[in-house]
Ligand binder design. Structure first.
Ligand code: SD4
Length: 340
């Protein structure tokens, strides 16, 4: 264990070297996009916190409070996301999340900062707060992603405690599901699914994170888009950030969040970029088995503080917190109504 700790400490020093290499050159924050963006700036004030789904409201509130108290941005994001992770009523994130088809709750999370440092865990079991483990991966290892047993070992070496995450309610639902055992992920469950959060902090720097128990009744070992940098979350501090919710397989197939950011780099507004990528995902899946239950949604922000959300099917909403209008839900525009 001591060797392991030493390794992790040394690795962490290595990370400092790597991360400074990744640090973005300082540029005027509007340099890339201001001239070509035609959509009105909805919000140019900092900070801005935006999170997927209703459980984004309490998460936003905590993150906001911490940012206003001068806490480091990643700490503020972590504190916000720990709220739905710890809430047993939220059936799609952390403790109380729906299990896989073997009755195991397996969790995915990632976090990324404005210097492009990333930390991620996937297929993590028995640890209530995967977002905190992902943050330790970012801070204390030379890696981006740890998975399964290795992620658990790392969490334990960092002092996290194992606990049973399958609540009696989730177990009851799983046993009901077992009767027919039909895999048909339903996104929009009570307006709670993966929580992805994007933040522009007081300095105007962009960071983000995502945490989920993934698709209910998935195969054991399945990992979704949420812990994958570029799929469930991506940001470039010179341009903006995007994060996904919905059917992870579709988002991975299309490198969804990375593509939204690249479209913003080319001058598209967050609204235009999210819509174009959702339409691309729809086109790629028109003849795919997944189309029957396919739902994907993105939130995005750019360096001007513009933000938006767009989903394939109706029902996606997101929480936004800014100085002008406080913490509120906004409905995403969508391409199709459910059943279309
Ligand atoms: C996944 N994207 O594991 C997650 C699930 C989700 O809204 O976001 N549901 O595929």
């Amino acid at each position: 264990m001591t060797d392991r700790r030493n390794f992790i400490k040394k690795a962490a020093l290595g990370t400092i070297g790597i991360s400074s290499g990744l640090t973005c050159k300082k540029r005027d924050k509007n340099e890339n996009i201001s001239a070509i963006n035609t959509i009105a700036v909805k919000n140019s004030k900092k900070p801005l916190v935006i999170s997927t789904w209703n459980h984004g409201l309490p998460a936003n509130a905590e993150t906001w409070k911490q940012l206003k108290n001068g806490k480091p941005t990643l700490d503020a994001i972590e504190a916000g996301l720990r709220i739905p992770e710890g809430d047993p009523k939220v059936r799609s994130v952390g403790y109380g999340g729906f299990p896989d088809r073997e009755g195991k709750v397996t969790l995915d999370a990632c976090i990324m900062d404005y210097n492009s440092n990333c930390g991620s865990v996937s297929f993590l079991q028995n640890i209530k707060h995967p977002i905190s483990v992902a943050k330790r991966v970012l801070q204390n290892t030379p890696h981006v992603m740890l998975s399964g047993e290795g992620a658990l070992q790392f969490a334990l070496s960092e002092g996290f405690k194992e606990e049973n995450l399958l609540t009696p309610d989730a177990e009851k639902d799983w046993k009901k599901w077992l009767i027919e055992s039909k895999y048909k992920p339903v996104i929009n469950i009570e307006n709670h699914d993966t929580i992805s959060m994007l933040v522009i902090d007081q300095e105007g720097n962009i960071s983000g994170a995502s945490t989920t128990s993934g698709a209910a009744w998935k195969m054991h070992g399945r990992v979704g888009d949420s812990p994958i940098i570029g799929a469930g979350l991506f940001l470039d501090n010179q341009v903006g950030a995007a994060a996904a919710t919905g059917l992870g397989e579709a988002v991975i197939r299309t490198a969804g969040s990375a593509m939204v950011v690249e479209l913003m780099r080319q001058g598209k507004s967050p609204a235009q970029a999210c819509k174009l990528i959702v339409e691309r995902i729809y086109d790629k899946h028109k003849n795919h088995n997944d189309i029957e239950y396919l739902q994907v949604g993105f939130i995005a922000v750019n360096k001007n503080g513009e933000y938006s959300g767009y989903s394939l099917r109706s029902g996606f909403n997101y929480a936004v917190f800014d100085d002008d209008n406080g913490n509120r839900m906004e409905d995403a525009q969508f391409k199709l109504k459910w059943k279309d």
